[in-house]
Design a protein around this ligand. Structure first.
Ligand code: SF4
Length: 314
């Protein structure tokens, strides 16, 4: 998913140069803020389901657990599987191991279910799946093969794409699922899907999404938050973000869709402004209103039943 095409790499390098000159607001220049008793996650600032952040209020202030949704569990398993592959590529790049050895390792993973299961288990993904099955009253043993197939399909897809890539121009994988401390931004830890490097100085923050939504604003704002945190931690400028959408069918010649963009001052300010709204909800402990026109969407929200109970209480 994170191996960019030549055109995408060229585009990123050109845009990074523009960003280096234009962007004023960097993580290492903005002042740290005082931490609050409840620190929200990066995803709660920019990626929560509810436009008014009522879902964040329910889980953080009232400490009500959201219901697990099938798409979330599937999304988690896709993320873990992609991470498994890219960790192998990263390790090989660091050790100077040949890509053929990585390809052999990945092919081995395809024939060993237990290895995959064990790797996923470490990520707590299978415990999510167990909870989902329990919640929905279905058999975990019956569901497991469907999820193992998702893992295998991803590994097979990535193995093919790695094999087909030009070996001397591979994107350098800097990190995979790196935890980043959001404390200076008033946030908890965030987990960045991947950071990659093009050439000697263009660092790109990548975020894997299940679907593209119009202008993908939430995803871009979330990457802006990660960029601010990385800049603060490593004191390096990050100017480019990349949203990655797996193809709907993991066929060998289906390229993932990628949106590469400059993490400009507008996105950075939007992240800070959304963070301040979430912090104020958590500080004041006042339930945000139910947004208008959400009736049909609300049913898909993990906090739907808790939200309805709160509505009846008020
Ligand atoms: S059910 Fe609707 S109003 Fe309630 S938290 Fe979820 S999205 Fe927001």
């Amino acid at each position: 998913m994170y191996l960019l095409t030549k055109n995408q790499r060229d585009f990123a390098v050109t845009e990074a140069e523009k960003g280096r000159i234009a962007i004023k607001q960097r993580g290492y220049t903005i002042p740290a803020i005082e931490s609050h008793q409840i620190t929200p996650a990066f995803s709660e600032v920019s990626g929560s389901f509810c436009p008014t952040k009522r879902d964040v209020y329910l889980s953080r202030v009232l400490k009500l657990r959201p219901k697990l949704k099938e798409e979330m569990v599937k999304g988690g398993i896709v993320h873990s599987s992609v991470a498994l592959v890219f960790r192998a590529i990263k390790n090989a790049q660091e050790k100077g191991t040949s890509i053929e050895i990585v390809l052999d390792t990945l092919k081995d993973m395809l024939s060993l279910d237990e290895k995959i299961v064990a790797a996923l288990w470490q990520e707590n993904r299978l415990s999510d799946l167990q909870s989902l099955c329990k919640q929905n009253g279905v058999s975990y043993e019956m569901e497991l093969p469907t999820y193992i197939k998702i893992v295998k399909d991803i590994i097979a897809f990535e193995t093919y794409r790695l094999g087909a890539s030009s070996k001397d121009s591979l994107t350098k994988i800097m990190d995979v699922e790196e935890y980043i401390d959001g404390a200076d931004l008033g946030l908890s830890k965030g987990r960045i899907d991947s950071t990659v490097m093009i050439g000697s100085q263009t660092i790109i923050v990548c975020d894997l999404k299940s679907k593209s939504f119009g202008d993908n604003m939430d995803g871009k704002v979330q990457i802006a938050g990660y960029a601010l945190a990385i800049e603060k931690k490593y004191n390096v400028p990050i100017s480019i973000g990349c949203l990655v959408f797996p193809p709907p069918r993991l066929l060998e010649n289906n390229e993932p869709q990628r949106e590469i963009f400059v993490i400009d001052d507008a996105l950075r300010s939007e992240f800070i402004s959304r963070r301040d709204s979430v912090l104020s909800i958590l500080r004041e402990k006042t339930p945000p209103p139910i947004p208008a026109g959400m009736q049909r969407k609300c049913i898909k929200c993990g906090q739907y039943s808790n939200c309805q109970s709160l509505k009846q209480e008020n």
